[in-house]
Ligand binder design. Sequence first.
Ligand code: G3P
Length: 220
Amino acid sequence: MKFFIDTADVAEIRELAETGLLDGVTTNPSLVAKSGRNFLSLVAEICEIVPGPVSAEVAATDYETMLAEGRHIAKIAPNVAVKVPLTPAGLKVCHRLSTDGTMVNVTLCFSAAQALLAAKAGATFVSPFVGRLDDIGHDGLSLIRDIVEIYANYPGIATEVLVASIRNPGHIVESAKMGAHVATMPPSVLRQLYAHPLTDKGLAQFVADWAKTGQSILDK
Ligand code: G3P
């Protein structure tokens, strides 16, 4: 499973990129607004930090303007994935851009039917929003199960399932068990993946016992 980070915070991206665990970045207009940064220079900076796909979303909702914005965004760097909404116009833009060889991430996917459309439109990634479905009392993970199962029936589908709107490590583990290709997560959830009380307890014991030996591995 590929790990993307869902943030527009460059300091966080730099720090997490150094772990070697980061395969890409996703942003959205809300995250860009929160960053207070200029969108185009922000995306260019992130693309330099992370060699993998960096999703940057169009702002318009009509076909012509979205296409123009998408083409403009695509020129920023070869690793940009243009993010478009799962609307009729967004999928038309997806088809045009992917035909031109641009990576496209179709976002705001909330049903398996929508995911089928994204695949047919040639999306590189489809982003089903697990947490937002959970928030309204639905089962977000069952959508991931459905999409992975449906895509597996058609070897010609190259679209990767990018699990989005992740709220906790369980969303990632369950999605991985289902075979989802990518998880994009807030930095806080990525840090939660490391945590286990028995790791902390075990390490404290090893450190204490090692001290009793009086040795140093690096001493000559
Ligand atoms: O970027 C898309 C998605 O991951 C947003 O998540 O937490 O705003 O529902 P969230």
